[in-house]
Design a protein around this ligand. Structure first.
Ligand code: NAD
Length: 306
């Protein structure tokens, strides 16, 4: 039987943890030996209002089960204050789960600056603020684990979610860079596109499907990725929900190289369009240097016939 993953002596910060996925993470880590900072400002799913109740309920549940937890009610826009709570109450920070989120769905035609800005403040700035505040601690102790939260809407686009999609794909680039900068210090960062029944999804999915997608089914993957035994899976994107876990990656067609002279015209590209979009011999780039290496390699071989 597989050994139970434990998090004894570690401190986990979960943002937006008053319900849905965040609550499920907190209950899990609280039951596996970690001290948990339960952050939630108690807003509506559109980001309106605030209340201490959401976080308090989760803290009480963890404590009642014999675990250690403290509430924090700051907005992730002030993420440094959330990390401060971890340091003040528990003296360290080991694992950061950037989970807080809101929606401001509206067709792009009708989108206003405030719909765009609020989404970016919560998802992008919020994840930056917490990670930035945790980073010096992670580097110093040569240990840190970060989970950022993307969405299928970010990876593929979705009607009415131009703001949310842009912010959520932002989480991917953010994670990929944190993974690169953190590797030397054993700071591991991954990003998930979850799917789960929560107040965010309960109005857009049928009840029988929702019943299969408990937030609890997203937790095991997150636990594996943030555990101290994971020292190599970093900068990766996962889709997870309802018992299904899959990794996604970038794919590039083998492409077309034309001589970069006056013959390199729009018409020359159109003529070879099939080659630009041919994925029969794909590459899987993982960094900006891959493209430069590819160019060097192609230059050695010489360009394709125009
Ligand atoms: P949820 O609404 O139940 O949870 C989000 C929590 O974030 C709420 O408790 C809310 O109060 C809190 N929050 C909102 N703004 C905050 C702020 N400024 N500071 C602190 N807390 C704040 O929704 P959920 O489905 O559990 O979503 C969790 C995360 O997963 C979100 O980032 C969401 O975008 C993402 N996500 C969820 C799904 C899904 O299927 N449920 C799909 C894709 C992505």
């Amino acid at each position: 039987m597989a050994e139970q993953l434990r998090f004894d002596g570690q401190v986990v910060v979960v943002t937006g943890a008053g319900g849905g996925l965040g609550k499920a993470y907190c209950l899990f880590f609280g039951s596996r030996g970690a001290s948990v900072v339960v952050n939630d400002l108690g807003a509506s799913f559109k980001g309106e209002g605030n209340s201490t109740k959401a976080a308090d309920v989760v803290v009480n549940e963890i404590k009642a089960a014999g675990g250690k937890a403290v509430a924090n009610y700051d907005s992730v826009e002030n993420g440094d204050k959330i990390i401060e709570t971890a340091i003040k109450e528990f003296g360290r920070i080991d694992i950061l789960i950037n989970n807080a989120g809101i929606l401001r769905d509206i067709s792009f035609k009708n989108m206003k600056d405030e719909d765009w800005d609020l989404i970016f403040k919560v998802h992008v700035k919020g994840s930056y603020k917490t990670a930035r505040a945790a980073w010096p601690y992670f580097r110093k102790q040569k240990f840190g684990r970060v989970i950022n939260t993307a969405s299928a809407a970010g990876l593929f686009g979705n009607f009415g979610q131009a703001n949310y999609s842009a912010a959520k794909l932002g989480m991917v680039g953010f994670t990929e860079t944190l993974a690169k900068e953190g590797l030397k210090y054993n700071i591991i960062s991954n990003v998930i596109a979850p799917i789960a029944a929560s107040r965010m999804t309960e109005t857009v999915m049928p009840p029988d499907l929702l019943a299969l997608m408990k937030p609890e089914w997203v937790v095991p993957l997150v636990a594996v990725l943030v555990h101290k035994n994971n020292t190599s899976e970093t900068g990766s994107i996962f889709e997870v929900g309802g018992g299904h876990v899959a990794k996604l990656r970038w794919e590039r067609s083998s492409g077309l190289l034309l001589k970069a002279d006056e013959s390199y015209t729009p018409g020359a590209i159109i003529k070879k369009w099939d080659q630009v979009t041919d994925f029969s011999n794909p590459q899987y780039p993982t960094g900006p240097n891959d493209f430069l290496a590819l160019l060097e390699e192609s230059l050695k071989l010489g360009p394709n016939d125009p």
